[in-house]
Design a protein around this ligand. Sequence first.
Ligand SMILES: CCCCCCCCCCC/C=C/C(=O)SCCNC(=O)CCNC(=O)[C@H](O)C(C)(C)COP(=O)(O)OP(=O)(O)OC[C@H]1O[C@@H](n2cnc3c(N)ncnc32)[C@H](O)[C@@H]1OP(=O)(O)O
Length: 433
Amino acid sequence: MTTMAQVICGLARRWCFGALGSPLQVPCLQALPLHLGRTATRASQRDLENAVHQVKLWKKDPGNEVKLKLYALYKQATEGPCNLPKPGMMDLVNKAKWDAWSALGSLPKETARENYVDLVSSLSAASEPPSPAKPAADGEQAGGDLVVTSENHITTITFNRPAKKNAITTQMYQDIMLALQAASKDDSVLTVLTGNGEYYCSGNDLTNFTDIPPEGPEEKARTNAILLREFVDCFIDFPKPLVAVVNGPAVGISVTLLGLFDLVYASDRATFHTPFGPLGLSPEGCSSYTFPKMMGPSKLSRTKVGSRAGEGGCQSQATVSLQGRGLGQLVFLKAAEMLIFGRKLTAQEACAQGLVTEVFPDSTFQKEVWTRLRAYTKLPPNAVRTSREVMRSKGRERLHAVNAEECGALQQRWLSEECTSAVVRFLSRRGKL
Ligand SMILES: CCCCCCCCCCC/C=C/C(=O)SCCNC(=O)CCNC(=O)[C@H](O)C(C)(C)COP(=O)(O)OP(=O)(O)OC[C@H]1O[C@@H](n2cnc3c(N)ncnc32)[C@H](O)[C@@H]1OP(=O)(O)O
């Protein structure tokens, strides 16, 4: 079981190249002797400075434990015992720094300096001059994570971070809003969201939670709640048909937003997962309202059990053994299974629940979907826009209210221990910190 301290230590890597203004590595406290048996004369200030320089030349990452220990010894050698106030639980990185340094207690500066120099000299042999920065993976460079194209009267917004399963960074949220604002004014008839690679989108990038500003986690949660509300408002107020071309698995906010789309076409390899419970979070994207509304009993009567995917419906084995329950209970129960209990739906199940419009065999998905969308753009654009407006206008006020309520709830959730530890668990698996 990964302890919070071990996992938080791992976060240090993400921090140590920033907060100290140099690639000074920082080690963790566990499993390393405080004094490495230095012989001969005591380490001078000059020795310390040389050791710090040596660390900057290290090529291999010595691991989080060594890095956090070096940090603590450096602070003890230069400033003495830890003199900072203890950071809060959510402030994962500063907490790791504080833990490491304060654990050295009243170790004398000279001893800390010796230990630092010894540790560096014992590890320097393993390091070489740093290799040139790894070229960014496809689409990883700033601005490459989202690709927006506009042709054939279709504006297409593509998540383009396949190496990270198209997880959404803060920058991508901003870029999506800009793309929607531009699409609302250009000559496109439809706006499409889709994913590059095997995933449609794996939801919010969970590292979005780790960069805590100096103002602290409460301020981060407050500003994120405002930004998220603006982000979802862009979808609520968007004036043209919104289409999701779900090319693969979809997670989190990329699923909940689908309730605001007009068409959701899914490959039969797509899945739909909203793990808010396990993450200590709560629903967003107006899904707390749209999902119960969408997943109504009427969908069950419309479901063509056994129909082939792509024949104007969804093949579904949706059987409901809820004898005697009221229809209202039926509606809530199915939305709840997704949003509260985190049940992952296949494309077929999502179609039977009303979340997906139509499912297509993956082998012909792109061809069938884009042929259909291009045909839709031949329709009279003003009629399309008017029909959509009369369908959507009545619900907007309610959706804005739901969005505000959901973002308020999330603002608290982000500060909770349940959410913090879930994010830390995710980032700590396979040493991801
Ligand atoms: C306008 C500004 C607004 C700012 C607002 C900020 C806050 C908004 C928050 C709104 C609420 C949103 C909620 C959600 O979306 S909750 C859902 C979040 N997503 C997840 O929990 C999914 C996490 N990922 C996974 O479970 C698995 O990665 C997955 C099942 C998707 C795939 O597993 P698999 O084993 O196949 O692949 P890997 O795990 O190895 O993934 C490959 C690499 O991609 C990285 N990855 C994947 N998903 C994410 C993610 N969501 N966040 C960060 N990183 C992710 C993964 O770590 C791997 O990275 P490495 O290659 O470095 O190992």
